[in-house]
Design a protein around this ligand. Structure first.
Ligand SMILES: [Fe+2]
Length: 487
């Protein structure tokens, strides 16, 4: 049961069918016109469902086969052009304080903002950006500041027009600190929305051209109360380019000379936890056309006491990687089930942030742990590092392997490359969402113009580290439980 949607109204989008359960396809969507954010299409009434969008080749019947039997293929079946991650948005009760903590902990400067000082009476939003990595934090203002509630356009000072004050309050009450939106840049956000709902996605926010023009935004449900947000730039806007989104003002920070830069470069993957994997995978594959990049079953990755099934969705270029987990019960409650219990339903479990120098990034992050930064999960036992030379001695130097052990960095590899990863403790009050810092080594290829780039997902997702990771998570949970028993 999705608690949040039981009482939320869906803003500006009127469903003919009931909007609660996934998957259920609405047959018609009506967009309510508002003053400053204009519908992206000429007509503001109906987005038709075209039969030609129903490509049977991407109808999904997802079935886990296990990592040993899985054969990676890229059928390039995306239903619309997806260019990459654009940002993730956290919904908070107070964005100012959360953004300060993340800025300090990750060394990411505040680069854009939209709040009372910019004329936004609906929500306070602050963007941290480091190279191509963008993380947005948004919190509501009191509703009595919001004009024109009776018109239905109660968000018209909002720079994120899909923002809904009541929904944000209920999101925070239900989930605590969490990710509301995974935003991807697409060629055409109106087309991505139309094709998605034509293939079963539930609409959350119909396409609009954002205040000031030049960019279009739309949203569909992904899982739980998390939305997949489509962002595109309009060609007709010429050379005008926004640092982030229209309606946001640039911070005074000089991005080129930020002393706080710890080297984080981009979003690598965003992981979700759900109760049941298959219906969600079938649903997302059906409306996006994404393919399965990899999978792990409980037998592949679980410890004796904890397990999960997991599959990774990817777009054609494999620049957008969306792993999704489901719990598998063992002797103890699965850590995925712990997440679901504390989050009161599905949601984003972790965000993997990519760096080109994990040693520098992690050592600097660790220095900030005791001054309000992020703490890391306990390091694996020394035995974990005894076999490191045998596993990755051909890629890492002696010094790097020593640094891995000193910093608690986990190492894994697949048939294509090497993965260095480390996980923070949960970033909020609840044992739910955490961060991963990641560096991928290898898989460098040339594109058609001779430009060298790294293939997405190089080195995998740490299947070989899952057992070590879960062991450390379980130890952490046992510590919490022992404290609880003493109360
Ligand atoms: Fe990850």
């Amino acid at each position: 049961m999705n608690l949040a949607y039981a009482t939320f109204r869906t803003p500006r989008v009127v469903h003919q069918s009931h909007p609660l359960s996934i998957p259920r396809r609405p047959t018609k969507v009506t967009i309510v016109n508002c003053v400053r954010n204009q519908p992206a299409s000429a007509s503001d009434i109906v987005l038709p469902v075209r039969q030609r969008d129903h490509d049977q080749s991407v109808e999904s019947d997802f079935k886990l086969v296990g990592n040993s039997k899985f054969v990676r293929e890229n059928p390039r079946t995306d239903r619309f052009l997806v260019l990459g991650f654009h940002h993730v948005e956290f919904w908070c009760s107070d964005a100012t304080n959360v953004v300060s903590r993340f800025s300090h902990g990750l060394g990411m400067p505040l680069t854009s903002f939209s709040d009372l000082s910019t004329g936004n009476h609906t929500h306070a939003s602050y963007l941290l950006q480091s190279h191509n990595l963008r993380v947005l934090f948004t919190a509501p203002y009191p509703p009595f500041f919001t004009p024109n509630i009776s018109s239905g356009c109660d968000d018209h000072t909002a720079s994120i027009p899909s923002f809904d004050t009541d929904r944000c309050h209920l999101f925070s009450r239900t989930h605590g600190l969490g990710v509301r939106a995974i935003a991807v840049e697409v060629e055409d956000a109106a087309e991505a929305f139309r094709v998605s709902i034509g293939n079963g996605a539930l609409p959350v926010f119909a396409p609009v051209t954002l205040n000031g023009g030049g960019m279009v935004m739309s949203e569909v449900e992904l899982y739980g109360d998390v939305v997949l947000r489509f962002i595109s730039e309009e060609e007709k806007h010429g050379d005008k380019r926004w640092d982030f989104l229209p309606g946001f003002e640039d911070s005074v920070v000089d991005k080129g000379s930020c002393e706080e830069d710890l080297g984080l470069k981009r979003m690598d993957h965003v992981v979700g936890n759900v109760e049941e994997l298959k219906p969600i995978m079938d649903h997302i594959i059906k409306f996006t056309g994404f393919h399965i990049f990899g999978e792990f079953t409980a037998e592949d990755v679980g410890t004796a006491e904890s397990g999960l099934n997991s599959a990774v969705l990817a777009n054609n270029d494999e620049t957008v990687l969306i792993p999704i987990n489901e719990p598998v019960s063992g002797k103890r409650r699965s850590q995925i089930q712990t997440y679901l219990d504390y989050n009161l339903g599905p949601g984003v479990q972790h965000i993997a942030l990519s760096t080109d120098d994990v040693f520098k990034t992690v050592s600097k992050m660790r220095k900030r742990t005791k001054t309000g930064g992020f703490d890391f999960m306990p390091s694996p036992p020394p035995t974990y590092y005894k076999n490191l030379k045998k596993r990755v001695g051909d890629v890492l130097s002696e010094e790097e392997m020593v640094a891995c052990e000193e910093l608690g960095i986990l190492v894994d590899r697949d048939d294509q490359g090497v993965l260095l990863q480390i996980f923070t403790k949960p970033v909020g009050d609840r044992p739910t969402l955490f961060l991963e810092i990641i560096q991928r080594i290898g898989c460098m290829v040339k594109d058609s113009e001779g430009k060298i780039y790294q293939k997405g997902g190089c080195g995998g997702f740490g299947k070989g580290n899952f057992a070590a990771l879960f062991k450390s998570i379980e130890e952490y949970e046992k510590q919490l439980e022992s404290k609880h028993q003493h109360c």
